[in-house]
Design a binder for this molecule. Structure first.
Ligand code: SAM
Length: 282
């Protein structure tokens, strides 16, 4: 369902009062209320004329309305039916809001971007869905200009981790292969209602151009990274047995006795790229 709301009338006083006070835990609802943090997010996004902003999970509009005030128009994707009407009503005072009432994981960002500028995604994401949302966005990276997401700080640390770090893993390699990952600032639990049990952080992701990514076969790359980190304590030779042998690993310039957590992103790219040619009969 898609609902359009246009800023044609002045809102009734207290238009936002239709919001239910109760946050739904299963939808990861932690509503931002700290004005300073909201301002920092809007400042980080820094909307410019012509930008196509899409917010994932607008909730009660904490980021939505300031973005609308700044930019005038915005598309939001919200799953919670109870939030749609109050959000649409309250948005009239701020700008033109397009509401897509769907599970974000079913939204085709490529189709959404068609015929216009690439999308700028924004969102204080439901933390239980953050990895699926990140991987879904990666599937549509060519349609996305950048992303500014609030996530668990621990997830942002993993996304931005360097080889050798304890938290460097599949998420780090997959995201860094396709995007420039920049952690921006941390956010304490008290900035939300109800407060989550963990610290949060805002991160900027800028998808790389297909040329600069250099991955020949994305499916193969995903398989290699998954296999390598599936058994992160093992050596590459053992973790990748059945996928790549020692000769392939060496041909990619890597040591078969190294462990996945020591391999930089470019090493995984080389390994995945070399595999099809090496495994083809000559
Ligand atoms: N943006 C608001 C804020 O900062 O106060 C709300 C953020 S809250 C952490 C996450 C939001 O994502 C909620 O509004 C929730 O209903 C919505 N949400 C949860 N699962 C979703 C899904 N699968 N698709 C779209 N929205 C979802």
């Amino acid at each position: 369902m898609s609902i359009r709301s246009h800023a044609s009338t002045k809102p009734a006083k207290g238009a936002a009062q239709g919001f239910s006070a109760e946050a739904k835990k299963h939808l990861g609802q932690h509503f931002l209320h700290e004005r300073g943090i909201i301002a920092k997010i809007v400042q980080a996004v820094n909307p410019q004329p012509g930008d196509r902003l899409v917010e994932i999970g607008p909730g009660q509009g904490a980021i939505t309305f300031p973005l609308l005030d700044k930019h005038g128009e915005l598309t939001v994707i919200e799953f919670d039916r109870d939030l749609i009407f109050p959000l649409t009503e309250a948005a009239r005072a701020h700008g033109t809001l397009e509401v897509i009432h769907r599970d974000v994981l079913t939204v085709d960002f490529t189709a959404l971007a068609r015929g216009g500028a690439p999308l700028r995604l924004v969102g204080n994401l439901p933390y239980n869905l953050s990895s699926p949302i990140l991987f879904h966005a990666l599937d549509h990276a060519a349609a996305i200009r950048d992303m500014h997401f609030m996530l668990q700080k621990e997830v942002v640390d993993r996304m931005a981790a360097a080889p050798g770090s304890k938290v460097y893993g599949r998420l780090s390699v997959m995201l860094q292969a396709y995007c420039a990952v920049t952690p921006l600032f941390n956010v304490p639990p008290g900035a939300f209602r109800p407060p989550p049990k963990v610290d949060s952080a805002v991160v900027r992701l800028v998808p790389r151009t297909p040329d600069s990514i250099g991955i020949a076969d994305p499916k193969r790359f995903t398989e290699v990274v998954r296999a390598a980190f599936g058994q992160r304590r093992k050596t590459l030779r053992n973790a990748l047995s059945g996928v790549a042998d020692g000769t392939m690993i060496e041909a990619a310039g890597l040591r078969p006795d190294a462990r996945a957590e020591q391999i930089e992103v470019a090493g995984f790219v080389r390994l995945a790229n070399i595999m099809p040619s090496l495994s083809m009969p000559t």
